[in-house]
Design a protein. Sequence first.
Length: 279
Amino acid sequence: MTENRIMKKKTTLSLLGYIVVFFSLFSCGDKKNLSKEDLLLAHVPMPVKLDSAMRHSFDTVTYKILKKLNPKNVKSFKVSKENYLKMIDQIPVNADRVAFSFVQFNKAKFPNKYQELTKFDGSLYLLYYYMDKSGNNVGNKAYAMLDVNNTVEISAADYQIMENDYIQKIKPQIDPVVKGPQGNTLRVKITKDELLAYKNKVTAKANVKNFKITLAQWVNYETLLTSTEANILRKKLKLYNDESAGQMTFITDCQNAQGSDVESLSGFDLNHFCPEDCP
């Protein structure tokens, strides 16, 4: 995160700003009466200290391991506005969330297939699929949308191969980063409600070009949050404990046509990761 962005967010996400956002959300007449437990993360960007700490922790620990495994590994991916909104618009009626699974793509296993993914040969990548409340893959397909021109459909069998390669070849190398015995993240999940709320914010902005998905990792947050920030985020925080520290996740930023962050749409961690939160 750049210094300019940090300074901007310090201004926009001040304690007073959180209080204004918090109470304005619950006073809106067109929303059902939400309790603090029901406050959507799509309405609350990550507090700047926590955001910065999560990115920095990944950069200085896990990312160094990944680069040693394969110099092709990257920490940020871009997604076009069209592909991102398509992901949301196509959520099936019987799915209630989108799951993003960590995978490893090995092109030798898929001759003449998935040509847009060959640049990620041997490296860490993310595929998404639609999940129901029981944790099932709705439609038995997965999709690649990171750094591709058009979303790529992945068969269930090929998805399983890619996920297994992550589990066998990458995950054991980064499991020791995690404080607890559960090991590193298999997938992160974002609820349909969160994505729809975030989409509403995106479509209200005129100058949105793409999104940036940046890898990060969970950190101990007690010293990073004010009591007000912790209270607003308590629905998310209650899922994690000290043993979650080190688990991979990602932070979503939004960029305009000039390549600058759209501040009101950047710095969002809408995710719950598995493990800990597994169906």
